[in-house]
Every structure is written in structure tokens, then in C-alpha cells.
Design a protein around this ligand. Sequence first.
Ligand code: T4K
Length: 376
Amino acid sequence: MAVGRRRRESGGPPTYVTRPSLPPIQEYLQLLQQAWKNRWLTNAGPLVARFEAELARRLSVGYVASTTNATLALQLLYRTALPQGRRVVTTPFTFPATTTALLWEGYRPVFADVDPETFNLDVESVAQRLEEDGAGVVGVHTFGNPAGAVDLARLAGRRGVPCLFDAAHAFGVRLAGRSLLALGDASVLSFHATKNFHTFEGGAVATPLRRLFERLEPLRNFGLQGDGGPPRAPGINAKMTEAQAAMGLVNLRYVDGWIALRRVRYELYRELLAGVSGVDFQRLSPCRYNYIYAPILLANRRRRDRVARDLERAGIHARKYFYPAAHRLSFVPRSERDRCPVAQNLAERVLCLPLYPDLPIATVRRTARIVRASAS
Ligand code: T4K
């Protein structure tokens, strides 16, 4: 009903914030035929093994454990790397999964504030919260931006606590020629359909640390060690299927091209909105970026909501990622509510514009025109 109304008002189909990138279906079907031939569909099949090996090579990281989705990957990683039941310092400016996975695993999330320009954790603020008995840090490369990650890993190293990254947005990002996934103890990638690289649903833990990988890897398969014996730790079912891995293997052939197409559209937004009063962009660290989202920062909440409404009327569904900020979620302890004014401010001002490889250039121009008219 709502979609039908939007179609009429805009005179065409709606423009979503993103659309899954799709390879030629024949290539996917060819790989699926292998699964049919093998008659092997899940539980560490050959396509999953091949996908993990290709990912590790492609992302220049020692060990990769694929999973059903990134949320379960976060849970497995937290459980493996963080001391049970303790306080963990993390960011409020993120998708709820970063925080809810901590809660599901019985940790207490405590929030540090973020940098107003990069949107990533403010290292000073993290240092302060670590003082209060923080047992680990979970950073996020927000919208793929690696800003501050090196300093965060260094700080955690100095304090002797694990440093984990929710790298759900960071597929393909490289920093000073190195994989971002080499930083810290481990990182989690998301291969959800809406990401720049996907396996329908999917995720992975990537780590340079062999021992961490060896402890985590069996947990995604009920804790079974593959020796026919009983589980030695309470695992869960977080296995990737052959159908997901097949999608990943085909998409690996196309992802660089898709990123290049995203880049053209992202840079066009920047060009068209440069100097517009009341519109700012996230400050990206110098890196090989992946152009996964196109966030803009409006002057205040009222303007942000007005721009979103005007776009919506034109059939363009921009998204308020990430509103509300995680420290304001109803199930987070009230004592965290007033701690992070910068994150709160960002949550009220950020709007993600449509961005995907085949987004028509004319739609980028139309979106930018509406933003220009509505933002100031
Ligand atoms: N950590 C961070 C920092 C994350 O951002 C996320 C997920 C996670 C962890 C957890 O990762 P996973 O467990 O999901 O692997 C979407 C995604 O579902 C979610 O993966 C993502 N972050 C988040 C930022 O975005 P929604 O609720 O905004 O999705 P939805 O269904 O509204 O889709 C967005 C738009 O995409 C729609 O308006 C239309 C379009 N779309 C979507 C799907 C699924 C399509 O055109 N086709 C599709 O198949 O959460």
C-alpha cells in the first residue's frame, strides 16, 4: 500500500537506499550445479572451503571463518575473545547488531563517544571508559571509514585488552596498502544482500591470530571438533551454506567493478553538494575506500527530517542510519543515556542517500537537487 502510494507521487518505481548487486545468474547456476553434483549442501562443504580460501587471499588476512550472517559472527567472536560477563567499550553510532550481540553474549556494553567528523570512536573517550574496568574494545569502521582504527588498536594493546572490529561495512578497504583486517585481534565482515559484497546473507570472522581462529572455528558448528567426539565448548549453528558460498565466489569476480561504479556515484554526490550550506560529508581517512554508503550530515534534526521527507515525496528512500544511537536503545542501561552527546547529535543529523552500482546517474542528480533545495 505504502509503496503503491509512493509510486504514484513520484511517477515511477521508488528509489531505495541500496539494491543488491547481482552477477549474471548463469554463473551462479553453474556453481550451484557443483553443489548438486557433490550432493553436499552445508556443513563445511567444498564451496565454503574454496570461498574462505579465496577471501583470505583476497583480503590479505591469515584466517577466515565464514558464518550465516555477521550478527552471529559478532557473537562468536565476542564469546571467544572477550572475558565473560565483563564491561566492553564500544560505539553508540552503529547498527543495533554491534550492541545487541554483546547483550546476547552477556556482556555489558559501555559507550564511548565518537568523533564528529569521522563518525568513529574517539580514542580519548575510549581511554576514559577503559579506566572503568573495561575488559575490551569493539570499534566500528562506520560506513567503511577506517579513521582512528590504528590508534584504537594501539590503545587496546597498551591497556592489554582485546581490540575487535565490527567491519560489517569495510569489505575491500585497505589502509596504507594493507588490509584493514590485519588490525586488532579480529574483525567481523557482513555479506548481507545490502552490502557492497554479499552472499545473500552471510558474514565472516577474519583474524591474523591462529589461536583465536582455532578456538572460534568449531563454535559455529555446535562446538564439534571434527574428530567425532562430543563438543568441547557450547557452540551454536552459524554455518554458511554452499548456496551462500557459491554466490560469494561469483560476486568476488565482480566486486571490484561494482566498487568502481559506486565510486563514480559517490563522487558525483560530493561534487554536486560541495559548498551547499548545511550539508557536510563524513571525513574519510586516506585509504582505498569501498564507497559502501553515501552519508550526508545536515544542520540539525529538523533539517534532516525535512530533507528525508522531501526525498520520500519524490519516491527516494534515503535512510536515517543510525537512528536512534545505540546508547539510547530502550534495553540499554539508563546510566548510558547521557554519555555520548556527539553520537546523539550525529544520529539526529545523518542521512544516507541512495548508492549502488547501477543507480542511474540521473537519479543521483535528482537526489542532489532535492537535497540542495531542502537542506538550507
Ligand atoms: N554491524 C553493522 C555495523 C551493520 O551495519 C550490520 C548490518 C551488522 C553488524 C549486522 O550484519 P548482518 O547480521 O545483517 O550480516 C540493513 C541490513 O539488513 C543490515 O545487514 C545492515 N547492517 C543495515 C545497515 O542495513 P535494514 O533494516 O536497513 O534493511 P532493509 O530491509 O530496510 O533494506 C534496505 C534497503 O535495501 C531497502 O529499502 C530495499 C533494499 N533491498 C533490501 C533487501 C534485503 C533490496 O532492494 N533487496 C533486498 O533483498 O538493515
